[in-house]
Write a protein that binds this ligand. Structure first.
Ligand code: ATP
Ligand code: MG
Length: 394
């Protein structure tokens, strides 16, 4: 017999938000509604720190909806559950017919019961015991292990019905996108910056992206790769606008006029300066980069100080304390890694100095910067800005 299924999305930190809680919950529900539209006809409602995603008919794509719900920041767990009536006969029916498919090949389970509807006659202890008994009647090889079960079966008696599920899936965690303001992500084609965008979106930041290219030193394919990365980010962060600015003339001027050892630092100061202008123009309060302390010459503490001193706007660097391996783990988790490692050139990799300064002194950097018309070049680059809109990909 086919069971009526529903998704229960549990939210985490939002529960702690006193007076603002409704605002966070509304944002989250809106996000889920947008996503659900791509997978069929669903009723979406909330009660008791849970968002219910209920298909209205058989045509709804529950697998697709489930995978999408697992990417919503603000949700800590997603349970796919069978719905039943709030009586023991129906609970027994579902425990015996629906749950066993999730226990096949498993050695142990335990039942956790939650009774938010206190009118239900059994308390949670008794309920868990009963349901465990029904499951054992259907599955003979499995054992109950309350300490380290392979699968946790949940039975919840809630406002609108009873729900049985096996194995909760970890949600994306964090805060709903849009509840923490807007940031401008400096997005390269590398591994680190998409991860930086993911991390900040996870804390609720709405992401706009800025990519610098250096045509013809960088190719059309390199730009395509960056747009593909933005679209992977958009699976989590929603719509991402990618602003593209050309650094070609700046780089040529640096090569012509400045000492080679300072190329990268000067270029980074240009990037920050232009990014600050784009941020102001697009209503972003902070810049976000994928820098990680000591990873390369331009990411030593001295180099980062020189870079930062080019701008007044705060720079968020969520990867700053992470090892490459930790960054790669997140990159894989978000599904960006395979795209990030495609070997296309970045504007930072053309004209790289052979001996970059790792302990730059600001005065010397400024003396080098004075050899070009910094403001005019930054203005000219800013004028080259054009925008590609990457739609939310659910
Ligand atoms: P990533 O893996 O993100 O490219 P990285 O370790 O290669 O980082 P860099 O190339 O020095 O380091 O860049 C440091 C940061 O500067 C990047 O994380 C990104 O935020 C920004 N950045 C670098 N290149 C570009 C670019 N072409 N357009 C926009 N931002 C860039
Ligand atoms: Mg890079």
């Amino acid at each position: 017999m086919k069971h009526r299924e529903i998704l229960l999305c549990k939210y985490g930190e939002i529960v702690l938000k006193g007076a603002n809680r409704k605002y966070f919950e509304d944002t989250l529900c809106r996000e889920i509604r947008h996503r659900a539209a791509a997978y069929g006809d669903f009723d979406i409602y909330r009660a008791q720190s849970t968002i219910y995603i209920e298909p209205k008919d058989e045509l709804a794509d529950m697998d697709g909806m489930f995978a999408s719900a697992c990417k919503v920041f603000g949700i800590v767990a997603v349970q796919r559950a069978a719905v039943c009536e709030k009586n023991m006969d129906d609970i027994k029916r579902v425990a015996k017919d629906y749950i066993p498919q999730f226990l096949e090949g498993k050695k142990s389970f335990k039942v956790e019961a939650k009774r938010s509807d206190k009118a239900f006659p059994l308390d949670s202890m008794a309920l868990a015991r009963e349901v465990g008994g029904y499951i054992l009647e259907s599955c003979h090889k499995i054992k109950v292990d309350v300490h380290q079960p392979e699968v946790v079966v949940k039975v919840e008696i809630r406002e609108f019905g009873a729900y049985l599920s096996a194995g909760a899936f970890k949600g994306a965690g964090g805060m709903p996108v849009g509840t923490s303001g807007r940031g401008l992500l400096l997005l390269s084609g590398g591994i680190d910056s998409p991860v930086a965008g993911y991390m900040m979106a996870k804390r609720g930041v709405k992401i706009e992206a800025l990519h610098f290219e250096s045509f013809p030193y960088t190719s059309e394919r390199a730009r395509e790769k960056v747009l593909e990365l933005a679209s992977i980010l958009a699976e989590y962060a929603g719509e991402v606008r990618v602003h593209i600015v050309s650094l070609t003339h700046i780089q040529e001027e640096l090569v012509k006029n400045c000492e080679e050892d300072y190329f990268t630092l000067l270029l980074r100061r240009f990037m920050m300066k232009i990014a600050e202008r784009v941020a102001k123009y697009k209503g972003c309060s902070v810049l976000i980069t994928g820098e990680s302390l000591a990873q390369v010459a331009s990411q030593t503490m001295q180099a980062l100080c020189v870079t930062d001193s080019a701008v007044e706007i705060p720079v968020f660097r969520p990867c700053i304390g992470m090892d490459k391996e930790e960054i790669v783990t997140i990159s894989r988790k978000m599904g960006a890694f395979e795209t990030s490692i495609q070997p296309y050139e970045d504007c930072c990799t053309v004209f790289t100095p052979r001996h970059p300064k790792t302990k730059p002194e600001l005065e010397k950097v400024l003396a080098q910067a004075a050899k070009v018309d910094f403001d005019a070049l930054a203005d000219e680059a800013f004028e080259s800005l054009y925008t590609v809109n990457i739609e939310a990909r659910y």
